[in-house]
Design a protein around this ligand. Structure first.
Ligand code: PMP
Length: 286
């Protein structure tokens, strides 16, 4: 069965979905997106994803084309029309099709696109052994809180990681940790879990919030504060988080072992809490 996508009011097979070349998403990367995991066909943290979408749209001065009830219906319809109980739902809104001009066009309908792909949790081997990461200067723009489809900076950084045989690239701006090319970053130092604050320099990750909630309920000592580069380089543990990666330990940074070079005790505790939490959600959805 072919993958069914949604484009501007229509459900159709992926191969049939096309947009005009003058779409501002294609010409300027003028759009925003969300990636929402669905477990047992239940969209995970949907209100939070819709709130972030609303903020991203506000950030690029684009009116939300739909209310939350319509988004919710549409997302569940895409889940229903595709195969697999666990899916990753991608949605994108661009400023629409107009004659090429940097300034915003008037009276143009935004382009709305949704698709589904299988949601595959990270392989056990990655969870058990951790993953390699490199570091780089965060040269992206100053609105990283907007989940924009303009991802060239992130693509260049992630490719640098791939070229180095690494899973992610941990980013520093002005001597402080921001995030990674497609994940948030946590560190453990002296037994305390640290997370950089949510500001304009990082994407406010949905998984980031879940991890902090689990730290709170699991009584893991934690603090949200600016993290100097030196604290990352001397950390006992480094983690990356995202909706698709969940929580993974970084076990080498720039080729040097992080802590003992294996996923640490606090990682194992919080990863366990995350899996319990996911199982609970799947049971409730079933
Ligand atoms: N930061 C960046 C730059 C990302 O691209 C992502 C994932 N798309 C994240 C953080 C993690 O966000 P989430 O937990 O919502 O997947």
């Amino acid at each position: 069965m072919s993958e069914i996508v949604y484009l501007n009011g229509e459900f159709l097979p992926l191969e049939k979905a096309t947009v005009p070349v003058l779409d501002r998403g294609f010409i300027f990367g003028d759009g925003v997106y969300e990636v929402i995991p669905a477990y047992s066909r239940h969209a995970f943290r949907l209100p939070e994803h819709l709130r972030r979408l609303e903020r991203s749209l506000d950030g690029i001065r684009l009116a939300n084309p739909m209310g939350d009830a319509d988004w919710t219906r549409l997302i569940h319809e895409i889940i229903a029309r595709n195969q697999g109980d666990d899916q990753s739902i991608y949605l994108q809104v661009t400023r629409g099709v107009a004659k090429r001009d940097h300034a915003f066009p008037l009276n143009v309908k935004p382009t709305v696109f949704l698709m589904s792909s299988p949601l595959v949790p990270p392989a056990r081997e990655l969870v058990e052994n951790g993953v390699p990461a490199i570091t780089a200067t965060d040269f992206r723009w100053l609105k990283c809180n907007v989940k924009s489809t303009s991802l060239l900076g992130n693509c260049l950084l992630r490719q640098a990681a791939v070229d180095a045989g690494a899973t992610e690239v941990v980013l520093f701006r002005d001597g402080y940790l921001t995030e990674a090319s497609a994940s948030n970053v946590f560190v453990v130092k002296n037994g305390v879990l640290f997370a950089p604050p949510k500001n304009h320099l990082v994407l406010p990750g949905i998984t980031y919030d879940v991890v902090l909630e689990l730290a709170r309920t699991g009584r893991v000592p934690h603090e949200v504060r600016e993290i100097p580069e030196q604290d990352v380089r001397s950390a006992e543990e480094i983690w990356i988080t995202s909706s698709t990666k969940e929580v993974l330990a970084v076990t080498t940074l720039d080729g040097r072992p992080v802590g003992a070079g294996t996923p640490g005790a606090i990682f194992r505790a919080v990863h366990g809490l995350y899996q319990d939490f996911k199982r609970k959600i799947m049971r409730q959805a079933a």
